[in-house]
Design a protein around this ligand. Sequence first.
Ligand code: LLP
Length: 435
Amino acid sequence: MDHFQYQNGELHAEGVALRDIADAVGTPFYCYSSETLENHYRVFADAVGGLDATVCYAVKANSNIAVITTLARLGAGADVVSAGEMKRALVAGVPASKIVFSGVGKTADELAVALKAGVMHINVESAPELEMLSEVAASLGLEANVSIRVNPDVDALTHEKITTGKSENKFGIDWADVPATYARAASLPGIRVAGIAVHIGSQILDLEPFRKAYGLVAELVATLRADGHAIEHLDLGGGLGIPYVGEQAPSPQEYGAMVQAIVGDLGCRVFFEPGRLIAGNAGVLVTRVIRVKEGATRSFVIVDAAMNDLLRPTLYEAHHDIVPVSEPEDDGEGQVMDVAWEVVGPICETGDTFGEPRALPATGAGDLLAIRTAGAYGAVMASAYNTRPLVPEVMVKDDAFFVIRDRISVDDMLARESVPDWLTDGGGARREASV
Ligand code: LLP
């Protein structure tokens, strides 16, 4: 359930007409519903409430500090994968004691920042990272709380680019190496290892892969405890999928019951890292039709948003529903275009598309469209390709809206660039390169 519904013929975010936001900030823009974010967090937290659980929102899904703050105020922790995300989480009021630091490529500097901040856990993904963390922690006179991320070699049955738990993926420690890695961790200075982490992928629509992976982790708890390791907590990752095209996704309650059945009796604290489930349906990308172009074999609705603003359709062949901001008349006749229309952006690539051609209600230049389910992995994956500056993000609460990120201007972009002095004939660079 989300809070983007038609009221009086206009699509609203909660109590605010998207058209009013478009008038105020221009298009394209991302719009998020606070109520939807909060609701999704609460539903998930309740679903795992029978466990000693902490929900660490995966900041990568939508890292705007207003989004993180909204969730932090409900008690959410954060799963971060860079020093930048860590800073965002801290600025948004997530206590360091609820931050998990994940990722395969943490640098020594990032590890030091995390240790100094006092993050709850660092999920270590390789033997060399473990050695590096030990050195960094020992040099700072600190102890790192570590979970080892294991790779269970389980197929999450999702898109290959977001599958992370197969042995050919770069993530986690190979299953056969896990006992030796814990033994090594136990012997290293500056390391306190007390947890197991696992995350097998994203947009997972079937509970079976989770069941398999968590079952293996439960067996591992017994093995590692028998080896003398105190396994106190499990980080079960994120990954629960959401409907984009009306797919049947397992409910958080079904997921929670499955987890409870598998790990409920192990006496462990359990961490979860949902991202998409919380933010996905809490956001839309609003765009304006520039023109409609009828082609010989296909027709196009050309809009002012593009693949740089929402990369998912071209990167993952992802489907996002697209609806007009003005509610189409419901007479069932003459509204749905009988040809398939492809909604595309202005970028000079055929991949600049918002998905497969589809039937759309009649639309023309100047109309506003909303691309749905764009709250997760939308704005965070945007680029400025084709010198198309990052678009604003707006948050709605009840009848109020607030611009939570300004539109970046082309001048802002140019101000960060400089021409070297050998190209300026002594005329001076526009700006000294910063070191
Ligand atoms: N924890 C870890 C260690 C992760 O790598 C991820 C996502 C999550 C949690 C959150 O997963 P979620 O609950 O959101 O599925 N850009 C892609 C998704 C990439 C997911 C990467 N890792 C997309 O747009 O579909």
